[in-house]
Structure formats: structure tokens, C-alpha cells
Design a binder for this molecule. Structure first.
Ligand code: ADP
Length: 273
């Protein structure tokens, strides 16, 4: 399932003194089966962008297509789109509220009006993907679990909707090394074994280098670098070698772009010589 973004601009509080252009003419296509890492410093527009992917925010201008359907048109069934594109927000465990893990994970499927057998099948599968034993945990309270386990329950709640595209906003934030490793391994499996398209916001270059097939760097609401990790890191490394930090590099890219340097599909060609 593909996602296409055309000329997407998003302005918070337009026509007020607080007006903020959070996304500025984004053009992207994310194909079925990709593992995309979205990076960029705080305020670069990552959260705003992911909320556009299932219609939680509506573009100020431009369009978002999911599976060829423009999701910004009137009459589009957003419930249906939100099943296809699941979003795991930061610290999703803060949203846990039911008295048992089964009830929490089954909340979404139950709202779809599925029958009990199908709900159970989905909960079992979602727990299996995140590595929680069904019999052992289903009747426990989510509040008895460790931080990493709680997060896995929250992720299972999104997986139980059986999305084709899974968007994760900093899924390892605040976890200890073991918790991080577990979650990252499970995300890897969702991509490899369950063939989900993954879009992951991350601050960690290590995580991104290990998992993603493609890195998109946002800066001030624009895509400044887009390419396979090797290429992206090479560009960053070359510039760091001349004494620039990653934020400075993205600034430099924007300036180079403005100066008319070669830009192709959001990739800025840097001559190594
Ligand atoms: P990131 O996720 O990369 O940190 P965000 O998408 O949260 O970036 O923010 C992009 C820009 O939009 C920032 O300048 C931020 O201050 C602004 N912004 C985010 N949310 C809101 C909001 N609800 N109202 C006004 N401005 C916002």
C-alpha cells in the first residue's frame, strides 16, 4: 500500500499572530514495503507530517493519497483510512486505560464491530508480534507491567487493527537498553515477516542505520535529504568532516538548494571532490 504526498503545506493557527508554517510544500511517495526513517530536530515538522498520513490533520494546501485515494476529499471514510495507516504516538502507554491487557488491545477491533472469535484472533496475533505470551498476560492489568512491556501492549492495540502501514513516533524514547532492543527487534519483524510498511520517527542514527531502507530528513518543514541510509550518511559525514554538525548540515543543504545546487527528488548531490 502506497502513500503519496503532493505539495503538502500545513500552517498552524493561520491568519493569527501565532501563525506557524510547520510543513512547506512536501512531495513524497512511500511505496509498499518500505522502511522509512523520518529524522530532523525538534520542531522540524515530523509529528505534523505523520498526523497528515491518516487525516488527523488536514493540509492547508496540497493532498495526501493512501492507496490511490485522496484522503482529504469530503466523504472519504477516515475510519477506513485509519485502519490502514496505524499511528503509534510517543509514549503510547499513557493511553492504556482498561483493567486487563486483553481488553486494552481488543478496544479498537471491538469498535469495528467484529465478532468475538475475530477479536480474539487479532489480540492473540498482535500479542505474538510484540512478544507477549497470550495466556500469561491476557488477564493481567497493564499497570503491573514494566515500561517496555506497557509500550508493547500499546503497540499491540494499534497492530490489532491490522494496519498495512505502521507509523511509529520515537518508539524507543525513554526505555532502558533491553526495552529498546526488544521493541526494535519487533519492529524489524513487523517489516520483514509481516510485510508492513514502516515509517519511524527517530532521533537515533544508530537505530535508523540498522533498520531503515530510506531516510528522510526534515528541516523547518521541508524535506532536505531523502535517500538510502548509506547515501544519506555519506552526505552527512562528508560535511561533518569539514566541521559541520547535522543541524548545520541541514541548514547548509537548504542554502545550497536556494543557491540552485543540483536537487533531484529531494536528494542534494554533493560533489565529493
Ligand atoms: P517535530 O515533531 O519535528 O518536533 P512538530 O511537527 O511538532 O515538529 O512541529 C513543527 C512546528 O510546528 C514547530 O515550530 C512547532 O512549534 C509548531 N507546532 C506544533 N504543534 C503546534 C500546535 N498545536 N500549534 C501551533 N504550533 C505548533
Amino acid at each position: 500500500m502506497s502513500i503519496k504526498i503532493e505539495g503538502l503545506t500545513y500552517i498552524y493557527m493561520p491568519n493569527t499572530p501565532f501563525e506557524k508554517r510547520a510543513l512547506d510544500n512536501i512531495n513524497l511517495e512511500i511505496k509498499d514495503g518500505e522502511f522509512v526513517a523520518l529524522i530532523g530536530h525538534t520542531g522540524s515538522g515530523k509529528s505534523t507530517l505523520i498526523q497528515q498520513l491518516n487525516g488527523l490533520l488536514k493540509p492547508t494546501s496540497g493532498k495526501v493519497y493512501v492507496d490511490g485515494i485522496c484522503i482529504n476529499e469530503k466523504g472519504v471514510n477516515l475510519k477506513n483510512i485509519r485502519q490502514k495507516v496505524g499511528i503509534v504516538f510517543q509514549y503510547p502507554e499513557h493511553q492504556l486505560f482498561e483493567e486487563t491487557i486483553f481488553k486494552d488491545i481488543s478496544f479498537g477491533p471491538r469498535n469495528l464491530g467484529l465478532d468475538e472469535a475475530e477479536i480474539e484472533r487479532r489480540v492473540k496475533k498482535a500479542m505474538e508480534i510484540v512478544g507477549l505470551d497470550y495466556e500469561k498476560y491476557k488477564d493481567k492489568s497493564p499497570f503491573e507491567l514494566s515500561g517496555g512491556q506497557k509500550r508493547r501492549v500499546a503497540i499491540a492495540g494499534v497492530l490489532a487493527m491490522e494496519p498495512k502501514v505502521l507509523v511509529l513516533d520515537e518508539p524507543t524514547a525513554g526505555l532502558d537498553p533491553k526495552g529498546r532492543e526488544d521493541i526494535l527487534n519487533q519492529i524489524k519483524r513487523m517489516h520483514k515477516e509481516y510485510k508492513m510498511t514502516i515509517i519511524m520517527v527517530s532521533h537515533s542514527m544508530e537505530e535508523v542505520a540498522e533498520l531503515a531502507n530510506r531516510i528522510i530528513v526534515l528541516d523547518k518543514g521541508k524535506v532536505v535529504i531523502d535517500g538510502p541510509p548509506k547515501e544519506v550518511f555519506k552526505k552527512i559525514e562528508i560535511l561533518e568532516r569539514v566541521g559541520l554538525s547535522v543541524p548545520q548540515v541541514t541548514q547548509l543543504f537548504i542554502r545550497l538548494k536556494k543557491l540552485g545546487f543540483e536537487v533531484e527528488d529531494g536528494i542534494i548531490t554533493v560533489d565529493e571532490a
